[in-house]
Design a binder for this molecule. Structure first.
Ligand SMILES: [Zn+2]
Length: 70
C-alpha cells in the first residue's frame, strides 16, 4: 500500500494530478497544496477517490504513470 495525494491546483489543461507520496516524486505538490487520499494498493483507486474532490483527475506521469492518460 502506498499513500496518495491529489494536487489542489489544476494543471494548465485543468487536470488535478494524483501523486504517490511514498515514491519521492519531484513533482509532489507542497504539503499545503495537497489533499490526502489515504492508502491505496494501486493508483486507480486513488484516482477514483480524487474524483470525489475534483472533476478532472489524472495520474502523475512519473509516480502514478499507470494512471497517466493526458
Ligand atoms: Zn508525481
Amino acid at each position: 500500500m502506498n499513500n496518495f495525494c491529489v494536487n489542489v491546483n489544476a494543471q494548465s489543461n485543468g487536470d488535478h494530478e494524483v501523486h504517490n507520496t511514498d515514491a519521492g516524486c519531484r513533482y509532489l505538490p507542497a504539503p499545503g497544496n495537497r489533499i490526502d487520499l489515504g492508502l491505496h494498493s494501486t493508483c486507480r483507486t486513488a484516482v477514483a477517490q480524487a474524483r470525489h474532490h475534483f472533476h478532472l483527475v489524472n495520474g502523475c506521469a512519473y509516480c502514478a504513470w499507470q494512471c497517466h492518460t493526458s
